[in-house]
Structures are given as structure tokens and as C-alpha cells.
Design a protein around this ligand. Structure first.
Ligand code: SAM
Ligand code: DTB
Ligand code: SF4
Length: 322
């Protein structure tokens, strides 16, 4: 049974359960809705890096902070498609393209992104994009080009959002998610732990996601990657226990969604990652790099998959969501 009417109190009760019980309950629900041992591998590429006018306090790519990020205009179609081919050879089944834009503008750059989507899709990969705010027309154009999913994270609770980002509102964020949904795109939306938010903020974020109908098909749980030069550079990243707790709660609230152990995975030991998988995470980023920061080394992931007997989730296996 999938529920969309969770109350804040119910979410809080689940989130605060004794951790071992929570993990075991999440593992049981996980088995009901997913093939155990099957993990989705997604590869990220930053197709336009840095120079973003937004002020997200965690981000390496905002113009407001001196982060030393290598700024780059929109990549060529061929460079992106070659990178997608490589991702496929490495075992990825979803390719995610990120652009440091506040919003999409309907210009030649957008035409180029549409061409990237067409060509990456033609490789037999699921294609995801994260490009900032969208108009309904742009969302439809992306869908028609073959885009599988649109990533747009809520990051934190509505009430804490203003502490992290002042250049747009939570309502802007929710509106873009609706626009993408209305165009028939799958949604990828989650958050970041370690922004200085309280437990109540985490509960509220999970509540917002779990009361969307339908639930986002994929829910990335990121651990803050502290970036030098940003206001959050000295923030302590969340512990593995906090990650596991958030993952297990997300699994119980949104049983059918893919829960992604996203940024921050490289700081976890293999055994800690396994704990996240048992708690319901069934998707990861595969590849040496996230957008601007390093990810878990490929060789180590290969070893981990081998040891655990992990089967990669085939592309479009979750087409029932689309
Ligand atoms: N500009 C677009 C946007 O904000 O929607 C797309 C790219 S943006 C970099 C994508 C997401 O990456 C953000 O919403 C945030 O959740 C995540 N992210 C960015 N920097 C991060 C960091 N330092 N640590 C963890 N997650 C981060
Ligand atoms: C998501 O939830 N996390 C990814 C992806 N969606 C776009 C981004 C993580 C970025 C980590 C910091 C960086 O590499 O700049
Ligand atoms: Fe720009 Fe996205 Fe980074 Fe915010 S998270 S500064 S919108 S690239």
C-alpha cells in the first residue's frame, strides 16, 4: 500500500524510531517493492559549470563565492555523448546532466541540450537533467526529446530554505516540479543533510516529498560536500547514522521510489554503504566525479559490487513509473 496522506506526526514517529528497528522495518518494505541486491547506477556530468547567479550556500558553482571551480560554458554535444558512452561502458544505466543555471532560457543553448538528450537517449540510457527552473513549454520539449526524468531538489524544509538560498523560494521549487510532472517527466527530488538544519527540518522535508502524489520516482539523499569558499565550508557533514536514518525513513514513506545514496558516499566505508543499502538505498552515482567534486573511485565500486553480488538495475526497469 502506497500512502500520500502521511501526517507530520507520523513521519516524526517513524524518523525517531530506534535505529536498528527502523533499519529492519525499512529492509522488509524494501524487499516487498524491489528486487534485493539490485542497484541503479547513475553517472553525473556537469554540462555547464560555475557562474550561477543563485546563492545556494552549499554550492561550488555560485558566482557569489570564491570556490576556485573551473568555470565552463555549455559543453559540445559530442563531448557529452562521448562521456555518456563511457558511462555506459562503466555500467551506468542512467546519465544525468547538470547545468549551473537559475532557469532554462529558450535559446541555442537549450536547443543544444535537447540534442544531447536525444543522442544520449539513443544510446539506450535513461536520461536525467537538472537545469534549474523550467517553463511548461520547455518541459514538454525535454520530454519530446526523450528525457526520462527531471532532477530538482527541495534540499531542506520549507522553513529552513531561506537560510540556505535567498534568490528563489520553496514555492518556485515546487512549481518547477509540477511543471516537469505535468509534461510527463519522472521526478527526481530529494535533499541534503548537513546544512545546519534541525531534525524537525529533515522530518518536514521527508513529509513534503512523501505527500506528493505520485511520489518522486527517485529521491536523492545527499550528504553535504563542504566546499571551500562557501558559507557552509566549515559545516560538519552528517554521520552515517543520520544518513541511514533518513534513507530508512524515506524507504518506509515512499516504498516504490528509488532512494539514492547520492553525494557524500565516498566518505563512507564499504560496510557503511552496505548499511545504507540494507536501509533501503538502491541507487548510487557511479563514476569518478559528481558535478565538481570527486565521487567514489570506479575500481572500489566494482570491488564492492562483486563482493556483495549486486546486480545492476537495467535501464527503464521502472518504466511503470513513467
Ligand atoms: N542549478 C540547478 C539546480 O540548482 O537545480 C541544477 C544543478 S545543482 C548543482 C543540483 C543539486 O546538487 C542541488 O539542488 C543540490 O541538492 C546538490 N548539491 C549541490 N552542491 C552540493 C554539495 N556541495 N553537497 C551536496 N549536494 C550538493
Ligand atoms: C543530486 O541530488 N546530487 C547530485 C545531482 N543530484 C545533481 C549533485 C551532487 C553535487 C555534489 C557537489 C558537486 O560535485 O559539486
Ligand atoms: Fe546554481 Fe544549482 Fe548551484 Fe544553486 S545549486 S548555485 S542553482 S548550480
Amino acid at each position: 500500500m502506497i500512502r500520500y496522506d502521511w501526517t507530520l506526526a507520523e513521519v516524526a514517529e517513524i524518523y525517531r524510531r530506534p535505529l536498528l528497528n527502523l533499519i529492519m522495518e525499512a529492509a522488509a518494505v524494501h524487499r516487498q517493492f524491489h528486487i534485493p541486491g539490485q542497484i541503479q547506477a547513475c553517472t553525473l556530468l556537469s554540462i555547464k559549470t560555475g557562474g550561477c547567479p543563485e546563492d545556494c550556500a552549499y554550492c561550488a558553482q555560485s558566482v557569489r563565492y570564491q570556490t576556485g571551480v573551473q568555470v565552463h560554458r555549455l559543453l559540445d554535444v559530442e563531448t557529452v555523448v562521448e562521456s555518456a558512452r563511457q558511462a555506459k561502458r562503466n555500467g551506468a544505466t542512467r546519465f544525468c546532466m547538470g547545468a549551473a543555471w537559475r532557469e532554462v532560457r529558450s535559446n541555442r543553448d537549450f536547443e543544444r541540450v535537447l540534442e544531447m538528450v536525444r543522442q544520449v537517449r539513443a544510446l539506450g540510457l535513461e536520461v536525467c537533467a537538472t537545469l534549474g527552473m523550467l517553463t511548461p513549454q520547455q518541459a514538454v520539449a525535454l520530454k519530446e526529446a526523450g528525457l526520462t526524468a527531471y532532477n530538482h531538489n527541495l534540499d531542506t524544509s520549507a522553513s529552513y530554505y531561506g537560510e540556505i538560498i535567498t534568490t528563489r523560494t520553496y514555492e518556485d521549487r515546487l512549481r518547477t516540479l509540477e511543471v516537469a510532472r505535468a509534461a510527463g517527466l519522472s521526478l527526481c527530488s530529494g535533499g541534503i543533510l548537513g546544512l545546519g538544519e534541525s531534525e524537525e527540518d529533515r522530518i518536514a522535508l521527508l513529509h513534503t516529498l512523501a505527500t506528493m502524489q505520485p511520489h518522486p520516482e527517485s529521491v536523492p539523499i545527499n550528504a553535504l560536500v563542504p566546499i571551500q569558499g562557501t558559507p557552509l565550508e566549515h559545516q560538519e557533514p552528517p554521520s552515517v547514522w543520520e544518513m541511514v536514518r533518513a534513507i530508512a525513513t524515506a524507504r518506509l514513506l515512499m516504498p516504490r521510489s528509488m532512494i539514492r545514496l547520492a553525494a557524500g558516499r565516498e566518505r563512507l566505508s564499504p560496510a557503511e554503504q552496505v548499511l545504507c543499502f540494507i536501509a533501503g538505498a538502491n541507487s548510487i552515482f557511479l563514476g569518478e566525479k559528481l558535478l565538481t567534486t570527486p565521487n567514489a573511485p570506479l575500481g572500489e565500486d566494482e570491488k564492492l559490487f562483486e563482493i556483495l553480488g549486486i546486480q545492476p538495475l537495467p535501464a527503464f526497469a521502472n518504466a511503470l513509473h513513467e
